[in-house]
Write a protein that binds this ligand. Structure first.
Ligand code: IPE
Ligand code: IPE
Ligand code: MG
Length: 242
């Protein structure tokens, strides 16, 4: 009889990226409005950050708002913006207690000043922390990020600060919002959709994908453990032969 392989000693991912999806559907299935789902979803972040910190992961990156999410109703967008401010305020202690360094990726353009202040404050206050780096992808779009990188590299070449022949893959990596972070090795998407939705296109090149039907407001540490166990069971080949 064949036995299930023992993956317990296999390494954990260094960097987990999550697409926290399904807040709206979860709320609507309960006869509530979408905001109810967003509020419930915000509550889930705390146990997941704590678990990732306890596991000793290097980085956790959470997709909170995409550059395309501005197309939603003003009401929904403003509920979300208020929630980010409230979250960053209410979770300060969590970041201190767990030595978590806070980071944001995404454009500042269009974000309300209260959100920018809350982001800047949390970033500044946790910049000396040496544990988990928790990054919020807020007003983030991968195509926008890559476009900015292209412009910034082109400008350096034009000014003579860089030679065309000096541009390598590392140059691109270094010009992204995520410069300095390891590439995510595990991508988790909740609520069942099998797409990237403009998330970390460059950085996820060799990430393992894990999609669950569980909506974000119901995502638990147990669900995270299932994703980590699935990751440990994967054979990563990076184009080679194992
Ligand atoms: C994810 O949940 C949260 C954000 C995108 C801000 P959704 O709001 O996308 O929920 P669904 O996908 O409509 O259920
Ligand atoms: C991706 O979810 C963005 C976030 C989770 C913040 P969406 O709900 O916006 O993605 P689509 O529209 O289903 O592709
Ligand atoms: Mg969605």
């Amino acid at each position: 009889m064949s036995q299930a392989p023992d993956n317990t000693t296999k390494p954990l991912p260094k960097h987990v990226a999550i697409i926290m999806d399904g807040n709206g559907r979860w709320a609507q299935a309960r006869g509530k409005d979408r905001s109810y789902g967003h509020k419930a979803g915000a509550e889930v972040v705390r146990p997941i950050v704590t678990a990732c910190s306890d596991l000793g992961l290097e980085a956790l990156t959470l997709y909170a708002f995409s550059t395309e999410n501005w197309t939603r109703s003003n009401e929904e967008v403003s509920t979300l913006m208020d929630l980010y401010v409230m979250y960053l305020e209410s979770e300060r202690q969590l970041f201190f207690d767990n030595n978590v360094r806070f980071n944001q990726i995404g454009s500042r353009d269009g974000l309300p000043p209260e959100v920018l202040d809350a982001l800047d404050r949390m970033k500044e206050e946790t910049k000396h922390h040496t544990g988990l780096t928790m990054t919020l992808a807020l007003n983030y779009g991968s195509r926008h990020e890559l476009t900015l990188a292209a412009k910034s590299i082109a400008k350096k070449v034009k000014l003579g600060d860089m030679k065309l022949t000096d541009i390598t893959e590392q140059t691109i990596t270094d010009h992204l919002y995520t410069a300095g972070l390891p590439d995510p090795d595990l991508l988790i998407r909740t609520a069942g959709e099998m797409r990237l939705s403009n998330y970390l296109l460059w950085q996820l090149s060799y990430a393992e994908f894990y999609v669950t039907d569980v909506c974000w407001p119901e995502f638990t540490v147990e669900e995270l453990q299932k994703a980590l166990a699935a990751f440990k069971g994967r054979t990563r080949r990076f184009g080679g032969v194992v």
